[in-house]
Write a protein that binds this ligand. Structure first.
Ligand SMILES: [Mg+2]
Length: 182
């Protein structure tokens, strides 16, 4: 039986961009933001200086040094055996992030083959059975089941069109259980 196709986003799903924003913002301004301050607000607008935060995204090293989200390595390694798995990340808006994201994947997810990595502009042409992403703008065009990965900026969204997953343990339970039932 053909494996089901699983599409996984990087930022806020594998890479802890929120922690990176908080760290870089503190280094630049001395102000330490808490995660609860950011709940329900767009990523950059949640900070007192949105322009500065936007600048981080164009700064070399920002994506390369992002921490890994807890559980993602173990669970993606498991899912990689059971699913036709692709990492899909919109990187074209920040061209320096292309090489940084690929190097980051090679360091933290060495079991992901380069043929499984799609660094793109828009995710609209992507199709599959499951997509894990933290942004509705990516999930809305997707033809399969939409898994909304919890991030500070999407905490207010309550919509039955998306299956919310709060962490990688929940993804494991959902997708490995589904695979066992198939
Ligand atoms: Mg994302």
């Amino acid at each position: 039986m053909a494996k089901k196709r699983l599409i996984i986003d990087m930022d806020h799903v594998m890479a802890d961009i929120t922690s990176q924003y908080i760290k870089w913002f503190k280094e630049a301004t001395g102000i330490e933001m808490q995660r609860q301050d950011l709940l329900g607000k767009p990523e950059d607008q949640a900070f007192p200086d949105p322009q500065l935060v936007r600048k981080f995204l164009h700064t070399p090293g920002f994506f390369r040094s992002a921490p890994v989200i807890a559980g993602s390595q173990e669970v993606i390694r498991e899912l990689n055996d059971s699913y036709d798995l692709f990492i899909v990340s919109a990187a074209m808006e920040f061209p320096q992030s292309l090489s940084e994201k690929f190097e980051w994947l090679q360091e933290h997810f060495p079991f992901i083959h380069w043929q499984q990595v799609i660094l793109c502009g828009s995710k609209r042409p992507i199709s599959g059975d499951f997509m894990i992403d933290d942004h509705l703008k990516n999930l809305d065009h997707f033809n399969g089941e939409k898994l909304l990965f919890s991030a500070t900026h999407n905490s207010d969204i309550d919509n039955s069109a998306y299956t919310r997953v709060n962490n990688w343990d929940e993804v494991r339970r959902l997708l490995l259980q589904l695979h066992a039932l198939a």
